[in-house]
Design a protein around this ligand. Structure first.
Ligand SMILES: Nc1ncnc2c1ncn2[C@@H]1O[C@H](COP(=O)(O)OP(=O)(O)OP(=O)(O)O)[C@@H](O)[C@H]1O
Ligand SMILES: Nc1ccn([C@@H]2O[C@H](COP(=O)(O)O)[C@@H](O)[C@H]2O)c(=O)n1
Length: 216
């Protein structure tokens, strides 16, 4: 078991389905190690919000990438919670709306957008915990410690309903739809440890992961 603060250059990847606890767990593991965590989903969400605010057709890659070039976004991987900035504007509070949830998978399916995200992530200096869908498969395949979180759609919807005043069944349906749209980039890495978070508390998931990390 590793007992931080962490001084090496390790990358830990935490992938998984929507609302499986990736960002909460990544934040907890990063805090235990004394290193930052990086939320790749926030960049996809920010690209979606920019496109929506500009009135763009989210299926069209070229205008979206032009918009992202004109309005550069900055991911701030704070240990207490990642933030995305557009100049002086903090976009973070607007990134978890149901409207962004509905548009983001269409944006994330576009190879040009994925390259835009991947380039920013690969420019970061380790150590860090990276969470998303394809951190262990595509972006950081060399990472020595990979995890993949799951839970049933109902469990995930019930957890999310405690954050948003929406009907559990409607949240569950939206999660199932987003999982389906994200299937292409969401397969677990062959060397990832798959964790069903359904029967576990947040703290238990964090402990399971930190206990399996290699020493620096
Ligand atoms: N093991 C757990 N037990 C109880 N609640 C949990 C557990 N893991 C996560 N949660 C809660 O579930 C909710 C969703 O977690 P979180 O936002 O971290 O998921 P996510 O995978 O990053 O979501 P998204 O894919 O939508 O960005 C949060 O309210 C979080 O506190
Ligand atoms: N590595 C990733 C991360 C995210 N996505 C897409 O972004 C959406 C939002 O991500 P969350 O982690 O905040 O749920 C997600 O539904 C995917 O469409 C991705 O493709 N790859």
């Amino acid at each position: 078991m590793h007992g931080g603060p962490y001084t090496g250059r390790m990358i830990v990847t935490i992938d998984g389905v929507a609302a499986s606890g990736k960002s909460s767990v990544a934040s907890g593991v990063a805090r235990a190690l004394g290193i930052p965590y990086v939320s790749s989903g926030l960049l996809y969400r920010a690209a979606t919000l920019l496109g929506q605010e500009a009135g763009l057709d989210l299926n069209m890659t070229a205008p979206l990438l032009a918009c992202l070039r004109e309005h550069p976004l900055r991911l701030e991987p704070l240990a207490a919670g990642n933030r995305v900035w557009l100049g002086q504007r903090d976009l973070t509070p607007d990134l978890h709306s149901s409207a962004v949830d509905r548009g983001v998978s269409v944006v994330a399916a576009q190879p040009g957008v994925r390259t835009w995200v991947d380039d920013q992530l690969r420019a970061l200096t380790p150590p860090f915990v990276a969470e998303g869908r394809d951190m262990g498969t595509n972006v950081f395949p060399q990472a020595p410690a990979k995890f993949y979180l799951t839970a049933s759609p109902r469990v995930r919807a019930e957890r999310r309903s405690r954050e948003r005043p929406e009907d559990v069944a409607a949240i569950e349906a939206a999660l199932i739809q987003r999982d389906a749209l994200d299937t292409t980039q969401s397969a677990p890495a062959p060397d990832a440890r798959v964790i069903d978070t359904g029967p576990l508390t947040l703290e238990q998931v964090i402990t399971v992961i930190t206990q399996q990390l290699p020493a620096p």
